[in-house]
Design a protein around this ligand. Structure first.
Ligand SMILES: NC(=O)c1ccc[n+]([C@@H]2O[C@H](COP(=O)([O-])OP(=O)(O)OC[C@H]3O[C@@H](n4cnc5c(N)ncnc54)[C@H](O)[C@@H]3O)[C@@H](O)[C@H]2O)c1
Length: 332
């Protein structure tokens, strides 16, 4: 299938692009490089552009003769979304509308959208299923929920096929350590912990040790990027004309912050310096997926079911690339 991946030079988008290439598809990335890393995808498969530029996106879709879009491009840092909702609504909501409008103009019939468990907000019942009510706690989650609704409305009116994938916590690196996570401003637990282990930052801060969980720290469901990529491939291949599908993509198992740190210590073979701090407002104590629907409908199941195996891939990447992909392109 010929595919265009918005945000395809980002962490998850580029992992999907490399996976799709390996599995016989023909993907290109469309990315403004605000966070993306050009070395993470083959240079002849990268179109630099902004999803808000509907004309440029339409052009890229037509030129590649795209049969499907995977829409990863977004701003995705929760505290930034609280400080600057304007930018988050612009890129995540108006940007999604621009993607859908470009698809209509270029007559692209299907989309896979990167949504998030953050759309559920703070729920008491675990695990989360696709029918759990959605009530996001912050503008990032709200913009992702708004984008989900936009896609459903466009699909109903204009006959688009879609799959909405609600990811849990994406983690890990390509198994051979060649490609991995490299952001301007890192906020994710595993890279922060491993950076502290490697001496690239003085220590890690654990936010909240008095949550009602088994050791007092937050529980999250970590899912390897290759398993996410596999879910994307299965989803895009399954979307029929006018089809609408929604899936949680998680392992079904939660790990606490302290369990993740312990797994990192086991992998690197030494203690990792940390600070204990108070709770961060808006952090749900627990987010764990029920992946049953995607398992039964698409035959998907995660290959990385052990947090240590995920951490091993991330550590292989960090050890061999302490500077990540190298200097970032300047912001525009
Ligand atoms: N990382 C996670 O754990 C996680 C969890 C749930 C959902 N998601 C979603 O998955 C998607 C990818 O996340 P990621 O972790 O790979 O983040 P990322 O920041 O690495 O990737 C996003 C990509 O989009 C690009 N981009 C941003 N604005 C753009 C614009 N206006 N035009 C074109 N490109 C633009 C960035 O340059 C970047 O390459 C996002 O939609 C995010 O909301 C991520």
């Amino acid at each position: 299938m010929k595919l265009l991946l918005t945000g395809g030079a980002g962490y998850i988008g580029s992992a999907c692009l490399r996976w799709l290439l390996k599995h016989g598809h023909d993907p290109i990335a469309f990315d403004d490089l605000s966070e993306g890393n050009p070395p993470s995808v083959p240079s002849d498969r990268l179109v630099v552009g902004d999803i808000l530029d509907t004309n440029a996106l339409t052009e890229a879709l037509k030129k590649h003769r795209a049969e499907a879009v995977m829409h990863f491009a977004a701003l995705a840092i929760v505290p930034d979304s609280v400080k600057d909702p304007d930018n988050y609504y612009r890129v995540n909501v108006i940007g999604t509308k621009s993607v859908l409008d470009a698809m209509r103009r270029a007559e692209v019939p299907r989309i896979v959208f990167s949504s998030t468990c953050a759309t559920y907000g703070n729920r008491a019942e675990m695990p989360l299923t696709e029918t759990t009510p959605q009530d996001p706690e912050h503008p990032y989650g709200t913009t992702k929920l708004a984008a989900e609704r936009l896609i459903k409305d466009y699909a109903a009116a204009y006959g688009l096929g879609y799959a909405i994938l609600r990811y849990f916590n994406a983690a890990g690196a390509d198994p051979d350590g060649t490609y991995g996570e490299d952001r301007r401003h890192e906020t994710h637990l595993i890279p922060l912990t491993l950076q502290a282990a490697a001496g690239l930052r003085p220590k890690l801060t654990v936010f909240g040790t008095d949550w009602p969980t088994r050791d007092g720290t937050c529980v999250r469901d970590y899912i390897h990027t290759e398993d996410l990529a596999d879910a994307h491939q299965k989803a895009v291949e399954a979307i029929g004309p006018g089809d609408g599908r929604i899936y949680n993509v998680g392992s079904g198992h939660g790990a606490t912050v302290l369990e993740v740190i312990r797994a990192c210590e086991e992998v690197v073979g030494r203690p990792i310096p940390r600070d204990l701090a108070g709770r961060r407002p808006g952090d749900p104590p627990e987010l764990v997926a029920s992946p049953e629907k995607i398992a039964s409908e698409l035959g998907w199941s995660p290959r990385y079911t052990d947090i240590r195996a995920i951490v091993e891939t991330a550590w292989r990447w960090l050890e061999s690339h302490p500077d990540g992909y190298g200097p970032k392109p300047s912001r525009h």
